[in-house]
Design a protein around this ligand. Structure first.
Ligand SMILES: Cc1ncc(C[n+]2csc(CCOP(=O)(O)OP(=O)(O)O)c2C)c(N)n1
Ligand SMILES: [Mg+2]
Length: 411
């Protein structure tokens, strides 16, 4: 397969087409160019510069956020509204699960709202998003109607995936949300492939498309993570891998599961620069993601962002999280980004109590309307049972499958 070549000024497609067939895409042992603007690694005599890898080898980048203080008030108010939307939507989803309106698996973003909103604020409409099963909030902040998201959780025909996907498989090509994956790490190869497609079809630049691929901390131990990062590095793909580090992969801590628990450094083996950011700070998350996306779209430099966050509840709605210590649970509550931003808005006079309460009441109404819409929507039609399946209906009918042309000889 012809692949994009390393560090070409030309587009990958043009370069691949003109490069001699025998030319290796990367000279073995050739030093890679360090990303411009990256923090300079310190020499052997001094400590590493802030944000750099201790070995000075991976080209990590410093945080660029100027913090909440420099942010226009209306932007902060909008982010607060979105965080409250995620919070209330997830609380209501948990309630609907206990009422048996939602079946199957259901994982919530409770506690991760600042990370969710910050990451989605960094994306352009033209960017592509691949995510995990813990993705309701991302779909909402990508602008998908809350009613369609809730209807998907209910398994209704009006749902964002037609009721076929459920909580873990939200998908919307208009919003460029390409899943929602229930298999841990399942999103990483297709996300990397989407970045490869972008690299083939278009030139790098400030307006170019890019891919954001989300995953949890536990996912960095999956083989596909390493294979994909390696390909992204040698092919110069416009992709940002984001690790949402909530400290736990189901009940297993990062320390117990990861040989390198500093997850922003896990791209180091592939010379992919990484940055760790406070996932409870919506502005810090947005700015780190924006900077990483800029490197991806303008320089075709794949990047890794680690957002350190906490989840307030169990792994899924049915997990009582008995493996967590009371101190850990208490810590997560203390760091809860929603009341933290609320207090900041009031204390700094950006919004008064009445304005904050109004936002919260409006969001409650939006979520109530979403639940009503989902509840009153019809289930998918039985006649459509096999509409999205590659297999033929049972009993088998002689209709042609996508791969048939490869298997049968045409007359
Ligand atoms: C390939 C695969 N292995 C195991 C599982 C079961 N499983 C579901 S979620 C999960 C933990 C993932 O943790 P993390 O990546 O940290 O994401 P988080 O749930 O914390 O958001 C596991 C092991 C799975 N779904 N797929
Ligand atoms: Mg996790």
């Amino acid at each position: 397969m012809a692949v994009p070549q390393k560090r070409s000024g030309r587009t990958p497609r043009a370069r691949a087409a003109t490069a001699p067939a025998s030319a290796p895409s990367v000279r073995p042992g050739a030093p890679k160019r360090r990303r411009s603007g990256a923090a300079t690694p310190s020499g052997p005599s001094g400590p590493p510069a802030p944000g750099t890898d201790a070995s000075g080898d991976t080209g990590t980048i410093p945080s660029v956020s100027s913090g909440l203080a420099a942010e226009p008030p209306q932007v902060l108010a909008d982010y607060y509204r979105q965080m409250v939307l995620v919070r209330v939507f997830e609380q209501r989803a948990a309630e609907m699960y206990t009422r048996a309106k939602i079946g199957g698996y259901c994982h919530l973003n409770l506690g991760e709202e600042a990370t969710v909103v910050g990451l989605m604020a960094a994306l352009e409409r033209t960017d592509y998003l691949f995510t995990t099963y813990r993705e309701h909030g991302y779909a909402l902040c990508r602008g998908i109607d809350p009613g369609r998201v809730m209807a998907e959780l209910f398994g209704k025909a009006t749902g964002v995936s037609g009721g076929w996907g459920g909580s873990m498989h939200l998908f919307d090509t208009d919003a460029r949300l390409l899943g929602g994956y229930g298999i841990v790490g399942g999103q990483i190869p297709p996300a990397t492939g989407a970045a490869l497609a972008i690299a083939y079809r278009s030139d790098p630049g400030d307006e170019a498309e890019a891919v954001m691929c989300l995953m949890g901390d536990g996912t960095t131990n999956i083989g596909a993570f390493h294979e994909s990062l390696n390909l992204a590095a040698i092919w110069n793909l416009p992709i940002v891998y984001v690790v949402v580090n909530n400290g736990l992969g189901m009940g297993t801590t990062v320390q117990a599961a990861s040989g390198e628990p500093d997850l922003y450094r896990r791209g180091g083996a592939y010379r992919i620069p990484g940055v760790r950011v406070d996932g409870d700070d919506v502005i810090a998350v947005r700015d780190a993601a924006r900077q990483a996306l800029h490197s991806a779209r303008a320089e075709r430099q794949p990047m890794l962002v680690e957002a350190v966050s906490s989840r307030l509840r169990g792994h899924s709605v049915v997990d009582p999280a008995r493996y967590r210590s009371p101190e850990d649970t208490e810590r997560a509550r203390r760091l809860d980004p929603v009341p933290t931003l609320r207090s900041h808005l009031i204390e700094t006079g950006i919004l008064d109590l009445a304005a904050v309460t109004k936002i919260e009441a409006e969001v409650e109404d939006v979520v109530t309307a979403a639940v009503t819409f989902a509840d009153e929507s019809p289930p998918p039609a039985v006649a459509d049972l096999f509409a999205h399946a590659y297999a033929t209906p049972v009993p088998n009918t002689p209709h042609r499958l996508p791969a048939d042309a490869l298997m049968v000889s045409e007359p």
